[in-house]
Write a protein that binds this ligand. Structure first.
Ligand SMILES: [Zn+2]
Length: 453
């Protein structure tokens, strides 16, 4: 057998297993051989990895491509992801009728993206819930997300009038009927927020901490409790997306103790690294809010003990000019390019979190949860989606170098230790030394990720 590519002298990071010296042989876009580090199998091309870390390409299960520039986001944000070592993303598709919009969106994504892309369905209307099974069958989408932050009054400005506990319950029943189905829920009790927000605004507060104080941890935890309870009654696997606080994490643990219905937890790099006193100010405005140092510490404990299942970025690529003042600023922040450096810096270097744990949470677990059978492992037969990482490379986050439509980063100016130096999608080098190769710009080769049995 002649390999297309041999990556020799690497340290392979095997999710939840460990780190071992090795070499990886690639043929026809898949991993064809795992060998001793100094192996010399015949190959068209050999890359010497100089003992650097080779991880499975990251699977970011939570991005919002299309919220920056809908015409070009799949191009720019996929490049930004590739720079960060992310080779697969699942983006939220939220339209009036996904059955009509998905074919066009899928074509646009595949035409523009240099990484693989799949979708979740955003549930904001009864129609979305009623068509879940049909959409799963036609488009290979077995995950959806219900937005409790647009419940009742809070949804009116966006035209969402049907989000209530009844819709949550019905979504669970429908999701349960979808093979491999999982329902993501944004947990935040928005009905209480005005009671907390109005006094803050009257007092003239306009700092990032005020954003946390208007929607404190217990509003998130209350929703996690309720969602967990309904999940227990309906038997629907649920995923608490972007969990941000110690209080809510505790609630997730309690649910797991009393129920056999799977409840998974996703957190985000900003909840693992930024406090409400962060220098980023309104640039770090996001829902749920960034919290306190105690919450950061608790979430890292959750990463270590398995309470946290996956890490997604909740990437929203908008411009800095939309993030000037806390109350009027847009929600969300960009993060795909900095996901791995933040985790290596804050997790591996600062807290001694094992690399295999970081790999599990950023690739294997997401692949398993969302039915991406060819992703998430360095194993024979899997797609050769890989990222070569220099754990000791220090670089200061500069948004201008991150290829995103967003012209800021909540981590800008921070010097992080541990960066990707090369990213491969099915054996093709799609990023190297912090740049996208010209051939990838010209001819991106991302594919659509259809899921479900
Ligand atoms: Zn999101």
């Amino acid at each position: 057998m002649i390999l297309d590519l041999l990556l020799r002298d690497a340290r392979l990071v095997l999710p939840d297993v460990g780190v071992m010296p090795g070499a990886v042989g690639i043929r026809d876009g898949r991993i064809a051989a795992i060998l001793a580090p100094d192996a010399t199998l015949p190959a068209e091309r050999t890359i010497d990895c100089d003992g650097l870390l080779l991880m499975p390409g990251l699977v970011d299960p939570h991005v919002h491509f299309g919220y920056g520039s809908p015409e070009t986001d799949y191009e720019t944000e996929a490049r930004s992801a590739a720079l960060g070592g992310v080779t697969s993303v699942l983006s939220f598709h939220r339209t009036a009728d996904p059955r009509e919009t998905l074919p066009g969106e899928r074509d646009l994504a595949v035409r523009q993206s240099c990484i693989d892309i799949g979708f979740h369905i955003g549930l904001t209307h009864r129609l979305h819930v009623e068509t879940l099974a049909e959409v799963a069958g036609r488009f290979g989408i077995n995950s959806a997300k219900l937005y409790l932050q647009y419940k009742g009054q809070a949804g009116l400005s966006k035209g969402f009038t049907e989000i209530d506990d009844g819709l949550l319950y019905q979504a669970m029943l429908e999701t349960r009927g979808v093979p491999g189905g999982v329902l993501g829920v944004h947990c935040e009790n928005v009905e209480v927020i005005p009671a907390l927000r109005d006094p803050l605004r009257r007092a003239g507060r306009a700092d990032l901490a005020a954003w946390d104080e208007q929607s404190p941890d217990f509003l998130e935890a209350e929703n996690v409790h309720r969602v967990g309870y309904f999940a227990q009654k309906t038997g629907c696997p649920v995923n608490i997306v972007h969990l941000s606080s110690r209080e809510a994490l505790e609630e997730a643990r309690r649910h797991r103790r009393r129920s056999r219905v799977p409840l998974t937890v996703e957190t985000c790099p900003h909840y693992l690294a930024l406090t409400r006193d962060a220098a980023a100010g309104p640039l770090a405005k996001v829902n749920p809010p960034v919290r306190s140092q105690g919450d950061i510490d608790a979430l890292w404990e959750g990463v270590l003990d398995g309470t946290v299942t996956t890490i997604g970025t909740d990437h929203v690529p908008r411009k800095r000019e939309t993030k000037r003042e806390i109350w009027s600023a847009t929600m969300g922040l960009p993060g795909v390019a900095t996901l791995l450096p933040v985790l290596l810096h804050e997790g591996y270097h600062a807290r001694g979190v094992p690399l295999e744990r970081i790999a599990a949470l950023t690739s294997a677990n997401a692949a398993r949860l969302y039915g991406l059978a060819s992703k998430g492992q360095i194993a024979i037969g899997r797609d050769a989606d890989l990222v070569l990482v220099d754990p000791d490379l220090e670089r200061t986050v500069d948004p201008a170098a991150l290829e995103s439509f967003a012209d800021y980063s909540p981590f800008e100016g921070m010097t992080l230790k541990g960066w990707p130096v090369m990213t491969l999608l099915r054996g093709r080098v799609i990023a190297r030394d912090g740049a996208i190769p010209p051939d990838v710009r010209e001819k991106p080769s991302g594919r659509y990720l259809a899921r479900g049995a």
